[in-house]
Write a protein that binds this ligand. Structure first.
Ligand code: ATP
Ligand code: MG
Length: 422
């Protein structure tokens, strides 16, 4: 029997990991610069956390969760997203009491959703996200958006579009909800069964439906923006002002609604506009969730965040033909001829590595020619060949592969020589 990775998952092979590591290091770096400290939470949580935190009416909770009973009969779920866990931890550890507010968190790790596999959609994928909890200042909405944009620009993407919208406050949502029900109810039979369920539970989510998005009633649906209360409209204006000050371009899309139930005020998505990108163009989604902390059992504290997957970021890089500069250097390869020489090689390699010099040698008894080829293929900057005469002289020719230049260096000087020249 031949085993394969489970559907919707992938192995990231050694020739791909340097790209991932590079992206991860950019994410770590920008998290530090923007001061979003990393939080690490378990991969699984009580199922109820996601039912409440993500929302019972969402696709995630209704169709996409990996839920199982453990041996003690508790219902657990592999996390489908990061916000619920971060907020659970925020409440559990009473971070609202921290002297420095808002609390700014970031996370990175695998998420699990039972989805139909297609390009850019996996069942296990890695999300990076941030949450700023404890501030209802439009300036922080702009900061969160700026961080997301900064990430994509730093990795080298150019074909980007930022779309923003305001979902307003509770009063806005209630008025809009009534208008939506009036709009869709007479023809709800023409919509999918999901939408029929959404009509009473959360009609806003009809606008987010992937099956019915071509239905004519979608285009003519009452727009949230027309129902914004004065304070919501003002809040949105402030967010836009801050984005302007930061030099961040955006489009306002009144139809942008995010899938999660707790969103209010600012909602945003960043898309790739690259020709080469497939059907799914959203790279990042985020927004404000002022009711979530309370919904998970904490105090009434506002929050905002976003999440992006590394998989889609890498797809966008590919679509734009951007190559990440990755580090995979081999400073020196040691070719050994004979048993004595091999012992010496092992000793030298160890002394190189102690000083942070990347060094390698042959471990499968190849002939000298094959070892040289290997050094070449691995892109070694220097090569030394140790045989009987080198052992006798306690010195070796150090060859710089690119120039072909050679210099004789005594063994006891090798480490310093490579440190000086690498
Ligand atoms: P979509 O509309 O594409 O299904 P979503 O609304 O489910 O997205 P979120 O839950 O907001 O997405 O997740 C934020 C980001 O995580 C997305 O913008 C995308 O970059 C990424 N993402 C979501 N689902 C997947 C997946 N199955 N595979 C890879 N990346 C994903
Ligand atoms: Mg989805």
């Amino acid at each position: 029997m031949a085993f394969k990775v489970p559907r919707g998952t992938q192995d990231i092979l050694p020739d791909q990991t340097p790209k991932w590591q590079k992206v991860e290091s950019i994410l770590r770096d920008l998290s530090r610069v923007y001061r979003y400290k990393e939080i690490r939470t378990p991969i699984f949580e009580q199922t109820e956390l996601f039912q409440r935190g993500v929302g019972d009416t969402t696709d995630i909770v209704q169709k996409e969760m990996y839920t199982f009973d453990d041996r003690g009969g508790r219902s657990l779920t592999l996390r489908p997203e990061g916000t619920a866990s971060a907020v659970r931890s925020y409440v559990e550890h009473k971070m609202f009491g921290y002297p420095d507010q808002p609390v700014k968190l970031s996370y990175i790790g695998p998420m699990f959703r039972y989805e139909r596999q297609q390009a850019g959609r996996y069942r296990q994928f890695v999300q990076y996200g941030v949450e700023a909890i404890g501030s209802a200042d439009p300036a922080i909405d702009a900061e969160v958006i700026a961080l997301a944009m900064d990430i994509y620009q730093t990795v080298g993407l150019k074909d980007l579009k930022l779309v923003i919208n305001s979902l307003g406050d509770k009063e806005t949502r209630d008025a809009h909800r009534t208008a939506l029900i009036n709009h869709f109810e007479p023809s709800i039979n023409e919509f999918c069964s999901d939408c029929q369920n959404r009509l009473e539970k959360n009609p806003l989510r009809i606008l987010d439906c992937k099956k019915d998005h071509e239905h004519p009633l979608m285009k003519s649906a009452p727009a949230l923006t027309d129902y914004l209360t004065e304070s919501s409209a003002q809040y949105f204006d402030q967010v836009k002002k801050y984005l302007d000050v930061l030099g961040i371009q955006y489009e306002v899309d009144p139809n942008l609604v995010r899938g999660l139930d707790y969103y209010n005020h600012t909602a945003f998505e960043i898309m790739s506009t690259s020709q080469g990108f497939g059907a799914i163009t959203t790279l990042c989604g985020g927004g404000r969730y002022n009711g979530l902390v309370e919904g998970i059992g904490g105090p009434d504290v506002p929050g905002i965040g976003f999440a992006m997957s590394i998989e889609r970021l890498l797809l966008a890089l590919e679509a734009e033909g951007v190559e990440l500069e990755v580090e995979d250097r081999l400073d020196i390869y040691v070719v050994a001829m004979g048993d004595e020489a091999k012992l010496k090689s092992a000793e030298l390699i160890s002394s190189f590595r102690t000083k942070g010099i990347a060094a390698d040698m042959d471990y499968i008894d190849r002939k000298m020619k094959a070892q040289m080829k290997s050094a070449d293929r691995l892109g070694a900057k220097f090569v030394i060949v140790i045989g009987d005469s080198e052992l006798e002289e306690s010195a070796v020719n150090v060859k710089e592969m690119e120039s072909g230049n050679q210099e004789k260096v005594p063994f006891h000087n090798l480490v310093n020589y490579i440190l000086d020249h690498k």
